[in-house]
Design a protein around this ligand. Sequence first.
Ligand SMILES: Cc1ncc(COP(=O)(O)O)c(C=O)c1O
Length: 502
Amino acid sequence: MSIAVTPIIAIDRKARRPLHQQIYDAYRDSIVSGTLRPGQRVPSTRGLAAELGVSRMPVLGAYAQLMAEGYFQSRVGAGTTVSLSLPDQNLAPQPYKFRAKTARSARRRQVAERSFFPDSISTPPWRRGWGAFGVGQVALEEFPLRPWNSLVTRHSRLIGPKSLDYGHPMGLKDLREALMVYLRTARGVRCDAEQIMIVSGSQQALDIAARVLLESGSQVWMEEPGYRYARRVFALNGCRVVPIPVDGEGLKVGVGVKRCREARAVLVTPSHQYPLGVTMSASRRLQLLDWAERSGAWILEDDYDSDYRYEGMPISSLQGLDPNARVIYIGTFSKVLFPSLRLGYLVIPGDLVERFISVRLAMDIGPASFWQAVLADFIQEGHFSRHIRRMRLLYRERSHALVNGIEKELGSAVEVTGEQAGMHLCVTVSGISDREIVNRAARANLWLVPLSSSYMGRAARQGFILGFGSTATSEMTSAVRKLRNVLNLERVGGRASEQTRL
Ligand SMILES: Cc1ncc(COP(=O)(O)O)c(C=O)c1O
């Protein structure tokens, strides 16, 4: 029989922690750290109390707790021992230490292969700052905080026991109804409130749609260049992404059909292609809808920034053109309001609503109620449409200032696309390495994104995505001038020379 072992128990009578807790902690720590092994005998309660110079009560309390939690066991003839059913190994949990190699080494420790994204371990330099040309950056200082905050205050006061229960998995009815009116009128979306599911942004919308519509191994067309965060959702769902090139009319449907006719779905940004900014032509839209209907494929329409259009009529959604309910429409409040809100929505074909609900229930049950209620009132009281009208003017001014600056400072050295909508445009430049330039630009406080980072394969074009949402009109020219210096372009008679000296 092993001898009874007492771990080091430093009793502190002045401590706030009661004596029974101190004894319990000392045993538990010794067992978890492997100092005491399974089967090892512990002293009798009387013996330990005498050893520690305390009454028997706290020892009895600690032993009872250790017994109840399975650290101790009691056997006739053997007295009390450390439980034999504990794994005979070092039980100590190692403190988590971040190592740059964690993601890679985790691969050897049997985690899902699909959870490894080589390009996401560290933030790229062009995502590290706020300011000129930051892509996806909204004019936050222009957000109408006063009405928003007063709605937040009003709703905080309204919180009662009823507000604390689960909400509907599709989201708050008031918000869905307000959105239905907006989507029908402003975006030409054909929908009822029952088809709208509130989610935590486009990323979750895509994830739910992928889980409902795709199998592991399904092939999905994506625009090339395209939105790389979306690629990850498909990868996480075990799908194979097939890059399909984009030209001035949007995704080249003919190439898609040749490359992978049997794809199960396609993700497109028809109103303002990300990142090139082109609008999908009517003939491509019809071609895409036709292919989807013939081959039984799904179209995921990411309409992330089309609330802002600066020339001509607003472009109607692809969903509104589709007579066959093949389009799943995805919208977000990240651009039109602000990204920390984490609210977006899906418009689901009527016959698929139940499926989407079942998947949603398996994921996060439903969206948090509070912000939905605030947003529903924000829309219903007219603040939303007022904000869009104001921002459309502001962003148009910023977009024009940027295009003028580019014409003046960079001239024919670059080609501009996508300036007619959204909050970014794209410039393509030949004969450069965009990543190199972007790193240099970041040191000059310019936060452009290299176009090549949006390609899955070899980049067919080099250039930059330039956000104008967070750059004041008055700063635009000097920011473009800085960019010209970074590009090392010479200004010749008001026009930049086409020769890049890199
Ligand atoms: C193409 C595209 N879709 C969607 C989003 C918005 O994503 P989320 O709603 O998850 O914030 C962005 C944001 O930059 C985007 O560029």
